[in-house]
Design a protein around this ligand. Structure first.
Ligand code: SF4
Ligand code: FES
Length: 239
């Protein structure tokens, strides 16, 4: 059996798997926000940084190789991840106590995992819209972290291309392919895979708010390093 070591723990893998894929299947947590095992790796959030042979690499794009020694949960890498999460918090408007996704949000859970206590950087307070034009879903662009999971899911799983990223750098934003730019005028539907991959509270179903009470949600009961995320749990199926 092929094995590598993640922070000293043996992780089995099959040929062609990345470090992330193998870790997910083994139930080992490497932080991630732009990864979903159903979709091709994107390598954009950089939260999955790990050290292999003295070099920092993205676990979601690096193939597993037998006998690799991989460092993940070490102080300097955790500090880098914490800085990335802090930047994500100040670039958008993430008001956790007032967000319907609190307790089930991967960004919030990763902030706890990396020991983030303050945003550290100055808030941008961007002015962004909320789109409630669709009968079943609402998009709050204030919470979008531009992970492109919905973009890839719509394109690669739903065959629709409802979403895209427009602009560059700090001007980047999520856009919707419809005559008005509104979700309600697009081909998006509640059964789309893209409706269920957002790691934060940017794409939310209507009429489902607070179905699970605060205090009883996924990351209220255990840290993300123990329970992973919904996509990760699905990814634990045998390859
Ligand atoms: Fe990612 Fe959600 Fe933004 Fe789509 S809406 S890019 S899934 S954060
Ligand atoms: Fe690897 Fe986002 S999960 S870069």
């Amino acid at each position: 059996m092929n094995l590598f070591r993640l922070d000293g723990h043996e992780i089995p893998f099959q040929s062609g798997q990345t470090l992330m894929d193998a870790a997910l299947v083994a139930g080992a947590y490497i932080p991630h926000l732009c990864h979903n095992p159903e979709l091709a790796p994107h390598g954009s959030c950089r939260l999955c940084l790990v050290r292999v042979g003295g070099r920092l690499v993205s676990a979601c794009t690096t193939p597993a190789v037998a006998n690799l020694e991989v460092e993940s949960e070490v102080p300097d890498i955790q500090a880098s991840r914490r800085a990335i999460v802090q930047m994500l918090f100040v670039e958008g408007n993430h008001i956790c106590p007032a967000c319907e996704k609190t307790g089930a949000c991967q960004l919030q859970a990763v902030a706890y995992y990396t020991g983030m206590l303050t945003p550290h950087f100055t808030h941008f307070f961007p002015r962004r819209e909320l789109d409630a034009s669709h009968p079943d879903f609402v998009i709050d662009f204030n919470r979008c972290i531009l992970c492109e999971l919905c973009v890839r899911a719509s394109r690669d799983l739903d065959g629709k291309n409802v979403f895209a990223i427009s602009g560059r750098g700090i001007g980047s934003r999520l856009v919707i392919d419809s005559p008005t730019g509104k979700l309600g005028d697009s081909t998006f539907s509640a059964s789309d895979r893209a409706a269920h991959v957002c790691p934060v509270g940017a794409i939310l179903p209507k009429r489902g708010a607070y179905a699970v009470p605060i205090g009883q949600r996924l990351y209220d009961t255990a840290p993300i390093s123990q329970v992973g995320d919904v996509a990760a749990n699905e990814g634990r199926r045998a390859p």
